[in-house]
Write a protein that binds this ligand. Sequence first.
Ligand code: GLA
Length: 385
Amino acid sequence: MLIALAVLLSWPAPAVEEANALAKTPPMGWNSWNQVGCFGLNEQVVRAAADALASTWMRDAGYRYVVIDDCWQAPARAADGSLRADPTRFPSGIAALADYVHSRGLEFGIYAVPGSATCAMANNAYPAHGIGSLGHERQDAETFASWGVDYLKYDWCNADTNDGLDRVAAYTKMHDALARLPRPIVYSISEYGVGEPWTWGHAVANSWRTTADLSPTWASVTSVIDEQASVAQSTGTPGGWNDPDMLQVGNGTLTDSENRAHFSMWAIFNAPLFAGTDPAQFGATDRATLTNREVIAIDQDFAGTQGQRLAVSASTQVWGKPLSGSRYVVVLLNTGNSAARVSAAIPGQWTVRDLWLHTDTGTATDTVSATVAPHSATMLQLSPS
Ligand code: GLA
């Protein structure tokens, strides 16, 4: 049995310089990468995703940004140096696609890189050249704004070794280019946590990746969870969030309970929530996981700190986070292969609600406990009673 003592129920919010006035809660949406990767990306896929988000509970649950990741670009820039969309897979062009997304009550996002090469050029042999934003930062920012872009993912892709760039300088350059625009654009940076962006990202961007790419396996999910334990000390703040990568809910080998545990943890991290599965094809269970409004509310609630790891053993963990209204949330996580009794000592008298059972399960004084199945999590919201 694992017992955690939560001595701090609230943390003072750190004074930080903000990148802009955007993303006051963690951004949510859909991103193409975990669904279709590189060559599967085309305008039909994006339109279908927008349609499905709009016609299901997804948009209403908060999934607002429809983001096209790497491989939207034509093989080369136009004669005037501007970026263009791949003419075969995006025959209508990006502005029309952004219009379509906007017409569904959603917002539109795009992908670019600070160096000379995108990740897919190296990792997927994407046949392009000169499509990085190096030397084109202002021009690309203006192009994106003219297309109606609302969100930019700016992905490192070895710009240090390829192009000799410095992370803070390169990310600040695009920040400055975006700041000149009349259009607000949420700025998501991705350098996999290598340069400890949680120490400098607040002044530059609205979110920063903290880890390498998340794979759709339990081993990858638990490895990223473990990595957040130290990062969580440098907590995100409204307008700037630690990003443990996009969701893999519904993908790969993840089981239903693993998906729920993954989603519970991303919520207690105050992580950006980007689905990466076809929203038109979700099974009922995946849809119920991704649209669990009580868990989404935890993700969107920031009361001074993201979730912190309160205790860890070989196969169990306790994470906790203060919520608005003097409430508190606890995740009792079982990473192991057999059921485990997990307890957290949270001083106070509480009414306990199970956010996956959607049920008030009783009251507790100073300690909450649950028997947690293998590879799963129990998420409990505690309200003063
Ligand atoms: C990197 C990023 C991914 C995705 C791909 C695209 O691996 O971490 O999220 O953007 O590049 O090539």
